[in-house]
Design a protein around this ligand. Structure first.
Ligand code: ADP
Ligand code: ZN
Ligand code: ZN
Length: 833
């Protein structure tokens, strides 16, 4: 039923989607005063439960009073126009259903917290307090609070504590409430604060040049004010161009401490006026544009034409182009096309690849039409991007996975760069979504096209392309004269027998590093583990220290002199004696980036070595700083984890060393080979991106492993063919869809019992051979929760997954309702990665 807002006889209700794990929206009453502002997609403030103040979104307006609870009034409608549009609401719903979570959880992930209000308890004087003079005695400290409230109207609890001391603060507040002297209220604040600049300009009639003389006469004998006026005139260039007065001048530019009082006098006399303007947080690039117009090569041009042609009949095209083939320039040309047609473009990049390198390149081309959305952004910056899309200021956004949530209303193209990247998948908390798959759905809703790009496509995506569900374009040459690097695998076991190893470095690798340094080239060394050593072990009894909260060994961090858990972050000091047998013979086992950095500094003391991993890039700009230093040749050798493999483009890197290829290849996961192939190809791709070909040295103990073979030949399709037949044989994606269900409980026995219980219920509607487990995962305890895992497999396109997911949800709810499992948590992960 359509609803008539103007019909004032009806009581109006709104269903509000709240950012909470609730199965459905809640109904609130729309107060008459707010009627005019009601719009689907607008933000509202509501009270939820007894105390909580929340920001929700109007998803429906109607006149049906809820029958199970009494609808509370909406406190306020925050928006004049919707903050969330119909496309987004539809996407949230789809995500909740597909990823088996609640729409409120999706909303919570989607809305930048700057768009949510926060509330704070404050006190004020009770306006209805009856002054029965002297009847109620107040203590001195209570009087102090009352006195403050007479001056300041409201105080936060913290402010009260500051006045009367931390200890007595809350008891005094309680006592004053009891005596009816004060009341508590919740102050609701919007978190977004615009960036405001204070400005100054001349008031009429002195904004006219002709009236200047009159003003100076008035200021006779006021030398300080005259000086300030002269300063204003000089800084603005007012006499040459009186128009300059309209834009005024930044207040802090005009006045210093010493000139504050003459300034105040000038304002009071009505000569100057102060005003404020709201400005953008995204500073404009003042730098002169160094962007040289790029012309696509013939190969690039025909790739672009082919993409456009295939878009004619396919909603998605995969651009498989080797590293350095110039995919980015093709994206840029396509983006220009779509923008000039008046549609919006979203360019998705994995978290770590979104660095200054690419942003600067795009900024020069797209200027201030381009918005950025990054998790290292502040709330305020995120809100500015969000609102900038609604207002039309940004028609093009580069962003990380969460930018699929932005309020686009007219998408023409989504680009998913490095589409194979696993960081597109969100693990925790819900929604556990894959940004690539969600972006494809988003594109479909907008009738937009999707371009996926990678040098090493995911097996799932390449499968879509070779099966002609998507289009496919392949680029097999590097741009210009650049050659792909030569890959050499070195047998670590043989080098050991021949006594050629220098610690963890083979003879060949050390030799090549020396050569590179001698030629003044740069080197990248890759190891997929941070810390010094994955663990330490007692030489006498073999004891390995483990985390108390998680079933994993603690990683040895030399720099911080700590043992750290990489799962829960807990840490302890390095023991001098074995906690099991008391022996002092403790050795480190295995190889982390810290150890490589250490060893390299010993082997090549004259080279500048820098490490890049999670531990050296925690600060806001540290990642960028390392990249810039490397780019400016301030670093000779860069040692790092997968961070060094991602999309970086350097001129002088001609050697890449992969220290230990085996740990990735033999990782116990069905995607291990894929991941190894991708990672090694990507890190190799950093070498020799200009005229001179580079070299990649891969150290391994599995020299005859098929993945290594395909890698040396740089044979992606050979790799794909082997991999896809394995996937088919063992019933893995893309032939089967997986849902992983993890049962968590602080008690190991209950976790096991609960998982069995759930298994018992799933068995009724899922054939037994499609249910794996329950089983303890490799790491069976994390943050003091014991884990049991069930994996469900469904043949693609055969099972009615929406219906099955619904039944799984029901089964989970039933199990969780049992008192035995009151502390348990069940996590569903659809298409786990
Ligand atoms: P990919 O993203 O495929 O790894 P890039 O787009 O980074 O490759 O291109 C590799 C290098 O070649 C970059 O330095 C880029 O500036 C340069 N390049 C690519 N296409 C052109 C072109 N048409 N004209 C000039 N330089 C180009
Ligand atoms: Zn021991
Ligand atoms: Zn831990």
């Amino acid at each position: 039923m359509e609803f008539n807002k103007e019909n004032t006889k009806d009581r109006l209700f709104a269903d509000i989607l709240l950012p909470l794990p609730l199965p459905r929206p809640f109904t609130y009453r729309i107060p008459d005063t707010e009627r005019e502002k009601v719009n689907i997609g607008s933000r509202v403030i509501v009270q939820f439960g007894k105390k909580r103040i929340l920001t929700g979104i109007i998803v429906k307006v109607h006149s049906i009073e809820p029958d199970v609870y009494e609808a509370k009034d909406i406190i306020e409608i925050l928006d004049d126009a919707p903050s969330v549009n119909a496309f987004q609401l539809k996407l949230f719903e789809w995500m909740a259903e597909y990823y088996m979570c609640h729409p409120g959880e999706v909303l919570n992930a989607a809305l930048p917290s700057g768009l949510k209000v926060s509330s704070e308890s404050k006190i004020q004087l009770n306006p209805n307090f009856e002054d029965l003079e002297e009847k109620i005695p107040f203590a001195d400290k209570e009087l102090l609070i009352i006195e403050m409230l007479e001056k300041k109207e409201a105080l936060t609890f913290d402010e009260v504590s500051l006045i009367v001391g931390k200890k007595s603060g809350s008891s005094l507040i309680k006592s004053l409430i009891k005596k009816n002297r004060i009341i508590v209220f919740e102050e609701v604040k919007e978190k977004f604060t615009p960036k405001i600049i204070k400005k100054v300009r001349l008031c009429p009639p002195y904004d006219q040049k002709g009236n200047m003389q009159e003003l100076f006469i008035k200021l006779e004998k006021k030398p300080k004010q005259t000086d300030l006026l002269l300063k204003y005139i000089k800084l603005t260039g007012f006499l040459e161009n009186p128009d300059k007065n309209t834009t005024g001048i930044n207040k802090n530019l005009l006045i210093e401490e010493s000139s504050l009082s003459p300034f105040t006098s000038l304002v009071k006399a009505g000569f100057f006026e102060e005003y404020e303007i709201v400005v953008s947080r995204f500073e404009e690039d003042d730098e002169e544009s160094k962007y040289a117009e790029v012309r696509l090569s013939e190969t690039q041009q025909s790739a672009k034409d082919s993409i456009l042609e295939q878009f004619g009949e396919k909603e998605a095209v995969l651009l498989h182009g080797i590293t350095g083939s110039g995919k980015t320039e093709i994206y840029i040309e396509l983006i220009k096309n779509v923008l000039s047609g008046g549609s919006q473009v979203l360019y998705l990049l994995p978290e770590i690849a979104l660095t200054t390198q690419i942003v600067q390149r795009l900024r020069k081309i797209f200027g201030d039409k381009m918005g950025i959305y990054h998790s290292k952004f502040s709330d305020n910056e995120r809100v500015e991007t969000w609102r900038g899309i609604i207002s039309g200021r940004f028609s093009f956004v580069v962003g990380v996975r969460s930018s699929i949530f932005l309020p686009f209303d007219n998408l023409g193209l989504i680009i998913i760069d490095e589409e194979h990247e696993t960081s597109y998948k969100q693990h925790d908390p819900a929604p556990r979504y894959h940004a690539r798959d969600t972006a494809l759905m988003l594109a479909r809703m907008h009738h937009s096209k999707t371009l996926l790009g990678s040098a090493t496509p995911s097996v799932e995506s390449y499968f879509q392309a070779v099966n002609k569900k998507w289009g496919l374009v392949e680029l097999t040459q590097r741009f210009g004269n650049a050659k792909l690097p030569q890959l050499i695998a070195v047998d670590v076991r043989k080098e050991k027998r021949d006594r050629k190893l220098h610690g963890d470095f083979t003879g060949l690798l050390t030799q090549q590093i020396e050569k590179s340094l001698h030629e003044r080239n740069q080197v990248i060394l890759f190891q997929n583990r941070r810390g010094y050593a994955p663990y330490i072990s007692c030489e006498d009894c073999g004891h390995i220290p483990k985390c108390d909260n998680c079933a994993v060994s603690l990683t040895y961090h030399l720099y911080h002199k700590e043992l750290r858990c990489h799962y829960c972050g807990s840490h302890e000091s390095i023991p001098t004696r074995c906690e099991a047998c008391g022996s002092n013979k403790i050795k480190t086992v295995g190889l982390g980036t810290e150890k490589i950095e250490d060893d390299i500094k010993l082997l090549f003391p004259d080279a500048v070595t820098q490490r890049m991993d999670l531990d050296t890039t925690r600060k806001k700009n540290s990642y960028q700083k390392i990249i810039e230093d490397f780019q400016n040749n301030k670093i000779d050798i860069l040692v790092g984890t997968q961070m060094v493999t991602k999309g970086l483009d350097f001129d002088r890197v001609n050697l890449v060393g992969i220290l230990d290829a085996d740990s990735l290849i033999h990782f116990p996961d069905f995607r291990a080979h894929e991941k190894a192939f991708q990672t090694f190809t990507q890190v190799s791709g950093r070498a020799g991106r200009r005229e001179k070909a580079g070299t990649v040295i891969l150290q391994t103990s599995s020299i005859n492993h098929p993945v290594i073979g395909k890698l040396l030949q740089q044979d992606y399709s050979g790799f794909f063919n082997t991999e896809i037949s394995e996937r088919e044989k063992f019933h893995y994606p893309p032939f089967y869809r997986l849902i992983s269900i993890t049962f968590k409980d602080p008690d190991a026995g209950i976790a096991s019992k609960g998982a069995d219980r759930l298994f018992g219920k799933l068995k009724y509607f899922i054939p037994k051979e499609q249910i794996l487990g329950p089983e303890q995962p490799l790491i069976n305890k994390i943050r003091n929760y014991y884990l049991e895992e069930i994996i469900l497999k469904f043949e693609r396109n055969k099972a009615n997954l929406p219906a099955i997911k619904f039944k799984i949800k029901e089964a989970i709810e039933k199990v969780l309702a049992e008192t035995a499992f009151k502390n348990s948590i069940i996590v569903c992960d659809v298409d786990p990665v």
